[in-house]
Design a protein around this ligand. Structure first.
Ligand SMILES: C[S@@+](CC[C@H](N)C(=O)[O-])C[C@H]1O[C@@H](n2cnc3c(N)ncnc32)[C@H](O)[C@@H]1O
Length: 362
C-alpha cells in the first residue's frame, strides 16, 4: 500500500494526506499496520531528497520513475525507520518487477551497509528544496532556521481541544488572542475548515465564518454542527466581503499562505510550493486586509494570522489605515514587527505569525 501511494504522490502529484486517508479507509489493515503505512508514506515523502542523496551514490544510470520510488521506500526504512535491514531489503525487493529486482537488491544492500551518505549540503541532509532552506535562513537566522527545519521533519504532535476537535496549539492560541467576548459579533474571513471559528464561538460570541470555496465552507458547517458551535457559515470572497463597514466587533483574517511554518503537517507540501507563490499570496493577503479592515467597528479589533514564517506574508503588510497595534506578546510567542511569531521548535507547534490592531479612528 505504501508503494502504491508513493507512486501516485511522486509521479501523479496526488496529495499525500487525501490519498492516504482514502486508501486506509478502504483497507482492512490493523491499527498497527495503518500506523506503519502512514509512517512509510509520510516519512519517505518528507525525506525524499535525503533518500535520493543516499541512493545516488550507487546508481550510474537513472532508474525509471517507479523504480526510483521503490528505492526511496527501501532507503527510508534503512535510513530512518529503524526497520531491520534484511526485512527492509527483502520486502522492498519483493515488490520490484523481475527486470529490476537484481538492481534494487544491489542498491539497497549497499545502502544498508552505509545508510547515511556524506551529505552534499544541508538542504539534502534535511530534505528540503534549496530555496526553502535559503529563505528560512534569511528570515530566522541560521540557528533558528535549522532547528525549525529539523522539527518540521517530525510528525505533528496531536493536540485535542476540550470539545474533541483536533487542533494545533498555535491555532488555539490565535483563536484565543482574537479575544472574542460573549455577545460580540465576530467575523472569520478565511474560516475553513473551521478550527478557529468554532473555538471563538465557545466564548459565546456570534461568529460569522466565510470561505471562498463552497466545498470548504461546507466543512466549516459540518464541524460547527458536530461541535454544537454557534457559527453562521457563508461562501464569500474576503477581498469583496458582503458586509457593511463597521459591522463587526472583531475580524480575524487567517489568510491563505505558503505554509512554511506548518510543513510537518503536510509531508509533500515542501515539494509543491514554489518561491513565486509567496508573491502571489502576499498580494491576496494585502487585498484581504484592505477589504476587511473597514468591517471592524471603531474600537474593535482586527487580527491577521498566517502559518508561515516569511516577512513578505506577515510583517511587511502595512498597518491598516485608522488602526494601532496591540502589541503585548506572551511567551512562547516572540515579538516580531508589530506582532508576534512562534517558531516550530520553541513550543512544539506549527510556526505562526499573528498581528493585532485596534481601530482607533472615529
Ligand atoms: C489558513 S486557511 C484557514 C484555516 C481556518 N481559519 C481554521 O482555523 O480552521 C485559509 C482559508 O482561506 C480560504 N481563502 C482563500 N482565499 C480566500 C478569499 N479570497 N476569501 C475567503 N477565503 C479565502 C481558503 O479556502 C482556506 O480555507
Amino acid at each position: 500500500m505504501a508503494y502504491r501511494a508513493l507512486c501516485r504522490i511522486d509521479h501523479e502529484g496526488a496529495y499525500a494526506n487525501l490519498l492516504l486517508a482514502s486508501m486506509l479507509e478502504s483497507s482492512h489493515l490493523s491499527d498497527r499496520d495503518r500506523r506503519f503505512v502512514t509512517e512509510l508514506v509520510y516519512g519517505t515523502t518528507r525525506m525524499r531528497r535525503a533518500c535520493d542523496a543516499s541512493i545516488d551514490r550507487f546508481v550510474v544510470q537513472q532508474p525509471d520513475a517507479t523504480t526510483r520510488t521503490l528505492l526511496r521506500l527501501g532507503a527510508y526504512q534503512l535510513m530512518y525507520a529503524g526497520v531491520p535491514p534484511h526485512a527492509a531489503v527483502g520486502e522492498t525487493v519483493r515488490l520490484a518487477p523481475q527486470r529490476v529486482r537484481g538492481f534494487v537488491n544491489a542498491v539497497l544492500r549497499r545502502i544498508a551497509a552505509v545508510p547515511l551518505p556524506p551529505w552534499p549540503g544541508v538542504a539534502a541532509e534535511l530534505s528540503y528544496p534549496d530555496w526553502i532552506v535559503g529563505r528560512l535562513v534569511v528570515e530566522l537566522g541560521e540557528r533558528d532556521a535549522m532547528e525549525s527545519l529539523r522539527r518540521m521533519n517530525e510528525p505533528a504532535t496531536v493536540t485535542v481541544r476540550d470539545d474533541g476537535y483536533v487542533q494545533d496549539r498555535s491555532s488555539q492560541w490565535v483563536a484565543e488572542l482574537v479575544g472574542a467576548l460573549s455577545g460580540e459579533r465576530v467575523l472569520d474571513v478565511c474560516a475553513a475548515p473551521g478550527g478557529k471559528a468554532t473555538a471563538m464561538a465557545q466564548s459565546g460570541a456570534f461568529v460569522v465564518a466565510a470561505d471562498l470555496q463552497a466545498h470548504r465552507a461546507r466543512l466549516v458547517a459540518s464541524n460547527a454542527e458536530r461541535l454544537g458551535a454557534n457559527v453562521a457559515v457563508l461562501v464569500a470572497d474576503g477581498t469583496r466581503p458582503p458586509f457593511p463597514d463597521s459591522s463587526f466587533d472583531r475580524v480575524l483574517i487567517d489568510a491563505p499562505c505558503s505554509g512554511l511554518g506548518s510543513l510537518r503537517r503536510r509531508a509533500d507540501a515542501r515539494w509543491h510550493i514554489q518561491p513565486d507563490d509567496i508573491t502571489t499570496l502576499a498580494r491576496t493577503q494585502r487585498a484581504l486586509l484592505d477589504a476587511c479592515a473597514p468591517l471592524v467597528r471603531p474600537g474593535g479589533t482586527l487580527v491577521y494570522s498566517v502559518c508561515t514564517l516569511t516577512a513578505e506574508e506577515s510583517i511587511d503588510h502595512p498597518v491598516p489605515a485608522g488602526f494601532r497595534p496591540v502589541s503585548d506578546v506572551l511567551a512562547p510567542w516572540m515579538p516580531y514587527g508589530d506582532g508576534a511569531r512562534l517558531l516550530p521548535h520553541v513550543a512544539d507547534t506549527d510556526g505562526m505569525v499573528i498581528r493585532r490592531w485596534r481601530r482607533t479612528d472615529a
